[in-house]
Design a binder for this molecule. Structure first.
Ligand SMILES: [Zn+2]
Ligand SMILES: [Zn+2]
Ligand SMILES: [Zn+2]
Length: 228
């Protein structure tokens, strides 16, 4: 809450306020950020750890169809305050049961989950925030405006953690720079919206655009790398 004034100072066009869900009832905002959606550790989680605690039993009506009905209603209130979008902040290793339910719900395909980081560059297509998704093959970055924006990016081949960022419009170098290890990559000369990923095939080494998605999908630029 103390840093909100500082944030507003950096973004003069934004009006930011911090509230409990209870005090937000009946209000609306363009975008809502719900914080601390972590699995229960003692009483601090949301929903709180033990629904069978006697004190909670007293305040909860007997015939509730869903677990954590009271907190579920609060969570619904929080989600429905937003006119345009909602950001849920949760511990990636111990998210709230509500977050896990949303992630598992096929009707909720607009939910983009992943790890956010302060230093991740914005989406090159729409300016939205990018989040990291960890999979068996490594990290891939996805735009949080999916499915409206389909932009994704592979992670940096050097460190596997960062995302190469588009050079600033006024930068002298046209090279992309990794958000974690600062390794520079050549930009794609065809689409200007991707960077060149080193790859290997039986025909030898080559580079291809980071916006390659599959045969005929995404940017198809590639060039073989000759050994000197
Ligand atoms: Zn985007
Ligand atoms: Zn890197
Ligand atoms: Zn390209």
């Amino acid at each position: 809450p103390e840093s909100l004034a500082e944030l507003e100072g950096k973004h003069p066009g934004l009006r930011i306020s911090f509230r409990s869900i209870h005090s937000a009832k009946g209000l609306e905002a363009d975008h809502v950020v719900v914080m601390d959606l972590d699995a229960a550790t003692g009483r601090l989680g949301f929903p709180a750890s033990n629904p069978d605690e006697p004190i909670l039993r007293l305040v909860q009506p007997e015939a509730e169809d869903f677990p954590f009905a009271e907190e579920r209603r609060l969570f619904y209130v929080a989600l429905t305050r937003a006119k345009q979008g909602v950001t849920l902040l949760a511990d990636p290793d111990h998210p709230s049961a509500f977050v896990r339910e949303l992630e598992a719900d096929p009707a909720c395909r607009e939910l983009v989950s992943g790890e956010a980081a302060d230093n991740l560059p914005p989406c090159v297509e729409c300016g939205g925030a990018m989040v990291a998704k960890r999979r068996a093959g490594g990290i891939r970055f996805t735009c949080t405006h999916s499915p409206l924006c389909t932009n994704t990016s592979p992670s940096c081949p050097a460190c596997g953690e960062g995302m190469p960022a588009h050079p600033a419009p006024d930068a002298i170098s046209r090279r992309w720079t990794c958000s974690s290890c600062a390794t520079a990559r050549e930009g794609c000369p065809r689409c200007q919206a991707g960077w060149l990923v080193p790859r290997n095939s039986k025909h030898g080494e080559f580079v291809s655009c980071s916006r390659w998605i599959g045969p005929g999908k995404g940017c198809q630029y590639k060039r073989s790398v000759r050994e000197a």
